[in-house]
Design a protein around this ligand. Structure first.
Ligand code: NAD
Length: 277
């Protein structure tokens, strides 16, 4: 038997891509993990609703790049998910535009680090609103139509901080534990209707959010960038490696494919062994 060299392997034709014909909403997909997941879902054949903050011209370029690499449709929706009506409208507008919303990736999130006695109340409210409540509002709006067609995939981007805690991250850890609980409940409610719901729990992933923390942390602690990466960020991650947005995209595609149909209610760590300790 001759083995075909990797270089000669062609990408699968569009008709056999696992998510052809599906429509996917990815919240917070103008950057980082959400953008990586949106690209992976598009490569797998899904039409994409991109969402998040940013400069319009840059976002238009992102949409064009994703469309250029495949034959899918990409639409940008600027909904602000801090507000319940923004989150619900994102789903409603997708249903009006595409006639369906098969895949919902709840990814948008923010962070604030502070001892609890000084934790600003407005930061607590904002983190709970975006990292937890927004997912409730998108899910409650998308769930009925998914049940009606008997097929749906919901993936919530939680965190290793949905499974374990770190000091000074009270709101983030509370919201991420909350979304793991929401994931289990939705999984049980969707189990007889072809609707799965899972949480992905990344450790540190190389994104602009993390990149921006490195310089600030180096200055605050008077150490080098390399020391921040080794001794602060990756201290809890036994692999001593960041996960990549491409790895998270690949996992999301699998969970959304037919191969993932019996996987529901899980919280899957992608953390280089962090939560195994
Ligand atoms: P990021 O800052 O690169 O991306 C965040 C996205 O959310 C952006 O597209 C931003 O525009 C969007 N967003 C912010 N406020 C919004 C709002 N009000 N309405 C709509 N969209 C809004 O961050 P990231 O690192 O890619 O993080 C994405 C998710 O992954 C978050 O939920 C985060 O908690 C989680 N996560 C990240 C890491 C990591 O190491 N980067 C680890 C674990 C979990």
């Amino acid at each position: 038997m001759t083995v075909q060299p990797l270089a000669e392997l062609k990408p699968a034709p569009p008709s056999v891509r696992p998510l052809s014909g599906r429509v996917a909403i990815v919240t917070g997909s103008t950057s980082g993990i959400g953008l990586g997941i949106a690209r992976a879902l598009a490569d797998a054949g899904a039409d994409i609703v991109l969402n998040g903050l940013g400069e319009l011209a840059a976002i238009d370029r992102l949409c064009a790049q994703i469309e250029a690499g495949s034959d899918v449709r990409v639409h940008y929706d600027s909904a602000n998910l801090m507000r319940p009506e923004g989150a619900a409208r994102l789903v409603d507008d997708t249903l009006s535009r595409f006639g369906r919303a098969d895949i919902l990736i709840n990814n948008a999130g923010i962070q604030h680090v502070s001892p609890i006695e000084d934790f600003p109340v407005d930061k607590w409210d904002a983190i709970l609103a975006l990292n937890l409540s927004a997912a409730f509002h998108t899910i409650r709006t998308a769930f009925g139509p998914m049940k009606e067609v008997g097929w749906g995939r919901i993936v919530n981007v939680a965190s290793a901080h949905g499974l374990v805690a770190s000091p000074f991250k009270s709101a983030y850890v509370a919201a991420k534990h909350g979304i793991v609980g929401l994931t289990k409940t939705v999984a049980l409610e969707g189990a007889r209707h072809g609707v799965t719901c899972n949480a992905i729990c990344p450790g540190y992933v190389w994104t602009p959010l993390v990149e921006n923390q490195i310089g600030d942390t180096a200055t605050a602690r008077g150490i080098t960038r390399e020391e921040v990466i080794e001794n602060v960020l990756l201290a809890a991650q036994p692999s001593k490696k960041f996960a990549s947005v491409d790895e998270l995209g690949a996992l999301a595609v699998f969970l959304c494919s037919d191969g993932g149909q019996s996987i529901t209610g899980t919280a899957l760590p992608v953390d280089g062994g962090w939560t195994a300790q």
